[in-house]
Design a protein around this ligand. Sequence first.
Ligand SMILES: NC(=O)c1ccc[n+]([C@@H]2O[C@H](COP(=O)([O-])OP(=O)(O)OC[C@H]3O[C@@H](n4cnc5c(N)ncnc54)[C@H](OP(=O)(O)O)[C@@H]3O)[C@@H](O)[C@H]2O)c1
Length: 270
Amino acid sequence: MPAAAPTLALIGAGRMGTALARGWLKAKTKRQIVIIEPRPSEEVQGWAAEGRILLNPPALAATTMVLAVKPQQFAAIAESARAYVGPKTLIVSIMAGVRIAQISRRLDTSRIVRSMPNTPGSIGKGITVFAAAPGLAAADLNAAEALLTPLGEVHGPVDENLMSAVTALSGSGPAYLFLLAEVMAEAGEAEGLPRALAQQLARRTVEGAAALMAASGEDPEALRRAVTSPGGTTQAALDILMDTGGMPRLMRDALRAAAARDRQLSKEAD
Ligand SMILES: NC(=O)c1ccc[n+]([C@@H]2O[C@H](COP(=O)([O-])OP(=O)(O)OC[C@H]3O[C@@H](n4cnc5c(N)ncnc54)[C@H](OP(=O)(O)O)[C@@H]3O)[C@@H](O)[C@H]2O)c1
């Protein structure tokens, strides 16, 4: 039975689903948010207690349904998710590796947008790329974009074949930056800094450099060159980081592994 207000049903409120819902609530969406989650966190239960969302209501045909379960869980939950899919429901998946055709087959609809957001979306600083099923109307693409916009920038529709590389770069990318802060702190500690100071310096350096890049609008390469005096300390470090086998090579291998894992998840979702 269709609900009166546009209903946004989120299936799976884990790390990413919760980040999305946080973004929607922060943006004060006018849609009724419905969350389907067998083990809701305290945060999600709090939203339900405050009347900001509906938690695990009986089946209804959602205006939009966001699939945010693990790719490996999708096959198992598809049958119950169908209870929320009506003929007009627009499906927006954020699952890595699950292709539009696979979602279409399991949910028996062709109204599907496959997207890849990232976790800075929870504070409106994310970036999302999406691919769309052929035949979706411009209004559907606009609706998907509006849903994703509270999370930050949105790009799409792109060819679905690009989604593995997108996942490897921006979907998984925030973790690479957190790792950078971690290993910089460890290296600072190894150079004799107290642990707490090393962690604070690494953290603020990553935050400050990202903020500077955002504020200046300059290319990262130009910013790097501007802080690298020939023969100086930064140059000495970059000679190591940019050497053969250094960061360019490591990042290339890392993204290739992430993209390969995405393609593997596609096979497992069949
Ligand atoms: N993490 C990221 O940065 C990121 C970025 C972009 C996209 N993604 C994609 O986002 C999706 C979710 O990732 P995640 O890291 O948020 O995983 P996660 O934390 O494991 O979230 C999945 C959630 O779905 C729940 N769930 C399981 N069965 C369900 C059912 N029948 N109905 C409703 N909910 C159910 C899980 O509950 P249980 O824990 O009880 O199983 C869990 O809370 C993945 O497909 C991933 O590819 C993640």
